[in-house]
Design a protein around this ligand. Structure first.
Ligand code: AGP
Length: 622
């Protein structure tokens, strides 16, 4: 979704803003713009459509705009088509800013989010003499701030507060007021926004990678709070306009973690970082042969009390939830229900205070997952968030937080965060099972050994990548791919299939193998690729026979099975072997070849692997 940046300090703002926007490219966008002002001169605004390189070229990498204070934006269209007129920054003045150059306007701003009641507000503003040049809700919110600012002759913070009371929806806003040179004003509700403070300079961004190079000291501004940024200073205010304290947090990620580090794409770098992500996550949870969940605030009594578990998440995080369902039910004997967060939020919740609601999210900002968390909390259900981004909204609002230690994930298609989430689920499931007595001490020890061996086994899978690359080079033109499996294998297929859709634009379906005959098998024709995930020993023969049924209809069979397991592979056209481990844990190994298959297919097709069309890394609107 949209990315916003801001800078005020003593250096030229343009290059810093552009650099920050590049770090937010992963969020997905279709146009971009920056506004920079020098002293009390009007802001210079430049907007372009398409890739950031167009904005960089139009501004000589930001150097063409004089000034040390500015804001920038990458837009992912919600209201209004992708166009220059709809690109941000927007201005409060009535005239469309048609060419690049200085803009005489009281307020200039950028916005991430959706203003739900923008039509009603727009009409009110039109009645008061405002004219609109774009189809965006952002222009409405900026003109609304301008309206209060002028009508009541109040300061920026009071004008912003009046706007916040009137507006429904989500926003992270960065505004410059022509009367306040060198200052940026910010406000937030349900869209991510961080403020970074350095020596004589202050930054604002949607996400940490945009400012990591400049400062590690950040403040997380909360809902319905606003901020006034001056060089080296940040002041925060509540809805009454009273100044409040927001503590600074030190970011521990290093700046290199958000760079490609010699790899061609972030995705392949992050695929290779999975052993480390899993190792770091497990080492934060396993100490002295014990799984220690104390950092989450959950104790053994809490785990024993759970009557049922609900898991809500979106996309790949939902696939982790699907795996968790099989693992937790089998090990802990607790009923688990996995929900798509976008559906859960509008369903009737039959809640029990002895349930546990688990929300899984890499970004911690996904709008539907956040809404699911809030719904559960409102019904008195204890909540546990499994989140990667420290200080994100879901992490801050959940009762308990289990942080995955995957580091910054930049590629839109998740890989290392998914693997770290799975690792966190293993630790949670095994500890819960032990606390409830559904596994004994020997099994508890065996699971820990199995988990801790995963990173090294993942390295071994990665070492086989050339074979997958070779296969991808021969089958990149596939039109349809089906991923089938039973039990946990089905959940691995779900994730493999999503990777193929996301970055290769190939139609793929993940099916519980037993369901094929109930309709989908009619789609199998000559050359259709069938990926069978065959890691669950008690189920793989059944899946194999479903694969044979596909072969009889022309399907080309790819089988993914553990080393040393006697699988009748005669019917398979291509076999991928992975190291063996406990069947509950093997998804961590099985997913890697499927990630690699999607990655190399996308590269072979010459697609934008890290920033696939239409997608945003973090979906912060419904
Ligand atoms: C996965 O590759 C996707 N980028 C997407 O499905 C993602 O997992 C989903 O949007 C959830 O994001 P979150 O983990 O940040 O909540």
């Amino acid at each position: 979704m949209c990315g916003i940046v801001g800078y005020t300090g003593n250096r030229p703002a343009g290059p810093i803003l552009l650099d920050g926007l590049k770090k937010l490219e992963y969020r997905g966008y279709d146009s971009a713009g920056i506004a920079v002002r020098s002293g009390d001169a009007p802001a210079d605004v430049v907007k372009t459509t398409g890739r950031l390189v167009n904005l960089a070229n139009a501004t000589d990498e930001g150097r063409a705009l004089a000034g040390t204070c500015g804001i920038g934006h990458t837009r992912w269209a919600t209201h209004g088509e992708p166009s220059r007129a709809n690109a941000h920054p927007h201005v409060s003045g009535n005239a469309e800013h048609t060419a690049s150059g200085p803009v005489e306007s009281a307020v200039v701003g950028v916005h991430n989010g959706i203003i739900e009641n923008y039509e009603e507000l727009k009409q009110k503003l039109i009645n008061n003499g405002y004219r609109f040049y774009s189809g965006t809700d952002t222009e409405v919110v900026i003109k609304l701030v301008d309206y209060y600012y002028n009508k009541y002759k109040i300061g920026p913070i009071d004008a912003i507060n009046r706007m916040m009371v009137r507006v429904r929806g989500s926003y992270a806003l960065a505004l410059m007021f022509s009367d306040y040179p060198g200052e940026i004003y910010a406000a937030r509700r349900d869209s991510p926004l961080i403020i970074g403070v350095g020596e004589g300079e202050t930054f604002l961004a949607s996400d940490v990678p945009a400012i990591l190079k400049y400062t590690r000291s950040v403040c997380y501004i909360d809902n319905l709070q606003s901020a006034r940024l001056l060089p080296g200073e940040a002041h925060f205010f509540d809805l009454n306009g009273d100044e409040i304290e927001i503590p600074k947090t030190e970011i521990t990620w290093n700046a290199e973690a958000a760079e490609k580090g010699g790899y061609e794409h972030f995705m392949i770098k992050e695929i290779h970082e999975q052993p480390k992500a899993v190792r770091d996550t497990l080492h934060s949870l396993i100490r002295d042969d014990r799984i220690d969940l104390s950092a989450t605030g959950l104790c053994a009594d809490d785990l024993r009390r759970i009557r049922s578990i609900r898991i809500a998440a979106c996309g790949s995080a939902w696939h982790v939830g699907m795996s968790a369902q099989y693992i937790i039910e089998d090990l802990c004997r607790i009923p688990v229900r996995v929900e798509l967060a976008s559906e859960f939020r509008y369903r009737t919740l039959l809640a029990d205070p002895d349930d546990l609601m688990i929300v899984i999210s890499q970004s911690g900002e996904t709008a539907d997952s956040l809404a699911a968390l809030r719904t559960a909390k409102a019904h008195g259900v204890p909540t546990l968030a499994i989140v990667n981004v420290v200080g994100s909204t879901i992490a801050r609002e959940a009762d308990h937080v289990l942080y995955t230690l995957a580091g910054p994930e930049i590629a839109v298609a998740t890989t290392k965060a998914y693997s770290a989430q799975l690792a966190a689920i293993y630790a949670l499931a095994v500890e819960t099972a032990f606390a409830r007595g559904t596994i004994d001490a020997a099994a508890y020890a065996r699971f820990q050994t199995g988990m801790l061996a995963l990173p090294e086994q993942m390295e071994r899978v990665l070492a086989e990548k050339e074979r997958i690359q070779w296969f991808a080079s021969r089958h990149a033109n596939a039109r349809d791919i089906f991923y089938i499996g039973r039990g946990l294998d089905y959940t691995v297929g779900l994730e493999g299939g999503l990777k193929m859709k996301e970055i290769c634009y190939i139609h793929s379906e993940a099916y519980a193998a037993g369901e094929l005959k109930h309709g989908t098998i009619s789609l199998i024709e000559d050359g259709t690729l069938i990926v069978g995930v065959l890691t669950q020993k008690q189920l793989l023969e059944k899946t194999l026979s479903n694969m044979e049924e596909c072969k009889a209809r022309g399907g080309y069979l790819i089988g993914l099975c553990p080393e040393g397991v006697d699988v009748q592979t005669g019917a398979l056209d291509f076999t991928i072997r992975i190291p063996d481990t406990d069947p509950h844990l093997i998804g961590s190994l099985a997913i890697i070849p499927l990630q690699l298959l999607a990655y190399y297919t996308s590269v072979q097709k010459g697609l934008d692997v890290d920033k696939p069309r239409n997608l945003a890394k973090s979906v912060t609107v419904e």
